[in-house]
Design a protein around this ligand. Structure first.
Ligand SMILES: [Zn+2]
Length: 364
């Protein structure tokens, strides 16, 4: 529940109604509860006849495409909150049939997939409508406690040890929008000439504008949530780099400006995948402490931070000892919750299941 939602109600009856609504909708989880989450379909545990509540879990985060009424019913029966991961700017299976939404690089060429990720042009009107309609459908169909946006950045790949950080998007929509929004006139020329002119002469304004485009997505999503399911939270899975890593690429290339995003995001979920990014497990704790300070996070106010840590073995192997370290690291700083990638990685490994149960029990 954000402060802006609360402010719309007079502080009497409206507040009582809102509190009741939240209580009914969110099951047993109160606003101040520590989130003991899992990311992924709960089925691997249910197949073993293990209840998630018996492991201390109180929230599941599930890809929107995997959600169905039976899953929600099963989760509610265990008092779990249900949050839907929502793939936002992933253009795979879209740009192939809608080439107008293909992101364009500084050479005027359609971008290639960045390892497995194919970003879409975030200003293309048809794509925007398509995603916003999908969100409306999702919120209208299922009783959800929140939407967790995923893939919210310009075309790039930040999950690999050697990230892919191209300059995009120089399609006509983006060039026109940039010019209109900033009041900067781009000299006539070919797309590569325009891209070169912008990067040479208006680099700062260009980066700033790109961050606003990403922020605008969160703003629109938040408005749809307010309209259809006002008590639901808006979360963000995001690149965990600090302000300086890769020459400031989180802001410069991905377009993530925390100072803007904290206006709309209720919960940040930094994707601190230590093994995948080939980092020391202790980095998770350091990163969450840095992030908590950077955004001045407070445990009992929004925005909150609920990191997602790595339990999954491929690439690399995450031992149960390492998993314990990163799970605790995810709860450091001003974190008020944690989850891991993935539910099945924990369910298939008894050692990791025991670690999760122990760490979550210690939070009681
Ligand atoms: Zn574009």
């Amino acid at each position: 529940m954000s402060s802006s939602i609360k402010s719309r109600f007079p502080y009497t009856l409206g507040c009582i109604i809102l509190c009741l609504t939240v209580f009914i909708s969110c099951g047993q989880i109160s606003k101040t509860a520590i989130i003991k989450g899992v990311y992924g379909n709960p089925k691997p545990f249910w197949d073993k006849e293990i209840k998630l509540q018996d492991l201390g879990v109180n929230a599941i985060f599930v890809h929107s495409g995997a959600i169905n009424n039976n899953m929600i019913k099963g989760a509610r029966a265990e008092g779990l909150s249900v949050y839907a991961e929502f793939a936002t700017l992933n253009g795979k299976n879209y740009v192939e049939t809608h080439p107008e939404a293909w992101a364009i690089d500084e050479n005027g060429e359609r971008v290639e997939a960045a390892s497995w990720f194919m970003g879409v042009c975030p200003t293309e009107p048809g794509f925007r409508q398509y995603r916003f309609d999908q969100l409306r459908d999702l919120l209208s169909t299922y009783d959800l406690d929140g939407i967790w946006m995923d893939y919210v950045h310009w075309h790039a790949q930040f999950e690999d040890p050697e990230p892919i950080l191209p300059e995009t998007c120089f399609c006509d929509h983006c060039l026109n929008s940039f010019s209109k929004d900033s009041g900067i006139e781009i000299p006539d020329g070919t797309t590569p000439q325009k891209a070169d002119w912008i990067l040479t002469n208006q680099d700062e304004e260009w980066r700033k504008w790109r961050c606003k485009v990403i922020y605008d997505w969160s703003y629109e999503m938040k408005n749809i949530i307010k309209e259809i399911k006002p008590e639901a939270l808006l979360g963000l899975y995001h690149c965990p780099w600090n302000d300086n890593e890769f020459d400031g690429a989180r802001y410069r290339i991905l377009g993530l400006d925390y100072d803007l995003l904290k206006e709309t995001i209720d919960v940040f979920s930094p994707m601190v995948y230590h093994e995948r990014m080939e980092r020391d497990p202790n980095w998770v704790k350091e990163n969450i402490e840095w992030f908590s300070n950077r955004l001045n996070i407070k445990k009992d106010a929004y925005p909150k931070v609920w990191p997602i840590v790595q339990a999954h073995n491929s690439p690399g192997t995450v031992s149960k000892e390492e998993f314990e370290l990163v799970l605790k690291g995810g709860l450091s700083g001003k974190s008020s919750g944690v989850m891991m990638f993935t539910t099945s990685a924990v369910a298939e490994d008894e050692g990791k299941t025991e670690v999760m149960k122990k760490v979550y029990a210690d939070l009681e």
